[in-house]
Write a protein that binds this ligand. Structure first.
Ligand SMILES: [Zn+2]
Length: 108
């Protein structure tokens, strides 16, 4: 609980996304992250970016997505729309790791 409170104190963006997220969902997500290894985390991040790209672009063209559609702005979590910073903090994914995978997702 202490870690979650610390996270809540750090403001991510003007929307203060974390305030809208259910604490129990955060705990559940973190418990899930502990079960998977580095490869699993990579897959998880890429899949999450992909599903949020689909949502924001509104088209399901799969691999035919134009580059701009891969520029994911917000992430979906437990029914909430949150910024990426809150998203990777919720899952305890290091910022550098997240942006590495995002770069791979957008360009690779
Ligand atoms: Zn935010």
């Amino acid at each position: 609980m202490k870690a979650i409170r610390l996270l809540a104190a750090g403001v991510c963006c003007r929307k203060d996304c974390l305030q809208h997220v259910d604490r129990k969902a955060i705990e559940g997500a973190r418990r899930g992250m502990r079960q998977i290894n580095t490869n699993g985390i990579r897959e998880f991040v890429l899949n999450s970016l992909m599903s949020n790209t689909m949502m924001s672009s509104g088209h399901g063209h799969g691999h035919g997505l134009p580059p701009i559609a891969r520029n994911v702005k917000d992430m979906r979590f437990n029914g909430n729309i949150i910024c990426k910073k809150t998203w990777y903090k919720i899952h305890k994914i290091p910022q550098s790791t997240f942006y590495n995978y995002q770069h791979y997702f957008q360009h690779g």
